[in-house]
Design a protein around this ligand. Structure first.
Ligand SMILES: *[C@@H]1O[C@H](CO)[C@@H](O)[C@H](O)[C@H]1NC(C)=O
Ligand SMILES: *[C@@H]1O[C@H](CO)[C@@H](O)[C@H](O)[C@H]1NC(C)=O
Length: 367
């Protein structure tokens, strides 16, 4: 169970007020000033949640959450609530890799981020630099330095704070040739984005799972074989799927989306869109297939006909596919699990939706 932080007395309130005057920090937005203290708890198993804004966080499963990475606007109410549950709230950080070659630019960026985090009483930063880097280029070295320097600065400025870095599902199937071992050593852990795993160069233009089971696990094998400690890896699962338009959907459930029939490439990317889990669940009843299961990819999918009578196939993750991956994360001693993103579920009062949403949170615990 998760520990609640103790309440603050008048003395602490005074001390914080004094700190506020001295440092020019903004006033603590929480009713209990103690809730503005950084979280320094080291959890055995991280549940790392991306939040993109709004107020749905009120309905998250806070018995599990250890960190919320805020990609929406700063929400002091979320900060105070998360801290009352012992959960960290971290900034998101991104900078163009061509900018970070000069040490002075990195230093200024880091200073700005640590100041912002302190001002907002936050507990670290998640660095999301999804940019192409060539192996042994100037950017390659500068990126490792950026992560190392950011981690050192945060740990010094905000004791107990957390610095994490987002990496693709596999270090091998990507144009991001980073020094992964160096970066893993330099920060608290990596968030592995185990999704969007279909190759950008489509080989056959056939719809498939966002994060097929075997392929997902192969990504972790690659990271582990590089010598990265499993305790430096948090598994990221998708709470969204892909909707493919496939006019000629065949009876055998093969959704072909090439630009022209009888032509292998190029595939028609305009016919693919991302959809959150809550939308997919609304299609279940009107689908022509119900929810199907692909045993090879260990992923669910469904098929529907849109208002123009065109067939679609939708690939996604559900409690069944996620709990299989979560079981792997537990069994292989990974640092934790997380998702992109927590807002994708239906948090309305609808009782069916509520059950589906609870089941998604439960699935993070593994089968
Ligand atoms: C990766 O980074 C580490 C830490 O900075 C360094 O010791 C190592 O030599 C780098 N490895 C490569 C292949 O660049
Ligand atoms: C409740 O949610 C389910 C699943 O998303 C949906 O199929 C159903 O239509 C919803 N019911 C109402 C009354 O909105």
């Amino acid at each position: 169970m998760k520990r609640l932080l103790g309440g603050g007395g008048a003395r602490l309130r005074l001390a914080l007020l004094l700190r506020h005057w001295l440092l020019g920090a903004s006033a603590c937005p929480c009713q209990q000033p103690a809730l503005c203290k950084p979280i320094s708890t080291q959890w055995d198993f991280e549940v790392f949640v991306f939040d993109v804004g709004g107020k749905t966080w009120k309905f998250y499963d806070w018995t599990q959450i250890t960190t919320v990475a805020t990609f929406g606007q700063y929400d002091p109410e979320l900060l105070c609530y998360a801290h009352s549950k012992g959960s960290r709230v971290v900034l998101n950080g991104n900078i163009a890799v061509k900018e970070i070659l000069k040490p002075a630019v990195r230093t200024a960026w880091i200073k700005q981020k640590t100041s912002l985090a302190k001002k907002q009483y936050m507990d670290g930063i998640n660095i999301d630099i999804e940019q192409t880097v060539k192996k042994f280029s100037a950017e390659y070295y500068a990126l490792t330095s950026l992560i190392k320097e950011t981690t050192e600065a945060f740990h010094k400025e905000i004791p107990g704070s957390q610095v994490t870095f987002d990496v693709p599902w596999s270090p091998q199937h990507s144009d991001r040739c980073y020094n992964y071992t160096g970066i893993a050593d330099s920060c608290d852990f990596l968030f592995v984005m185990s999704y969007d795993e279909q190759s950008p160069v489509w080989s056959n233009c056939i719809a498939g799972a966002n994060a097929p089971y075997k392929q997902t696990l192969a990504g972790y094998d690659h990271y582990l074989h590089m010598g990265i400690n499993p305790k430096k890896l948090v598994m990221g699962v998708p709470w969204y799927g892909y909707d493919y338009t496939c006019p000629g959907l065949r009876k055998i459930h093969v959704c072909f989306f090439a630009k022209k029939v009888f032509q292998e490439a190029p595939c028609n990317h305009a016919k693919i869109s991302q959809v959150p889990y809550r939308n997919i669940m609304k299609w279940e009843r009107s689908s022509i297939s119900g929810i199907l299961w692909d045993e090879d990819q260990k992923a669910p999918y469904l098929e529907y006909k849109d208002s123009q009578g065109v067939f679609h196939q939708v690939w996604f993750d559900n409690p069944k596919s996620i709990s299989l991956k979560a079981a792997y994360a537990k069994m292989h001693g990974l640092r934790g699990i997380g998702m992109w993103n927590a807002n994708c579920l239906d948090y309305s009062a609808n009782s069916t939706a509520r059950q589906q949403t609870e089941a998604m949170w439960e699935a993070l615990k593994g089968a």
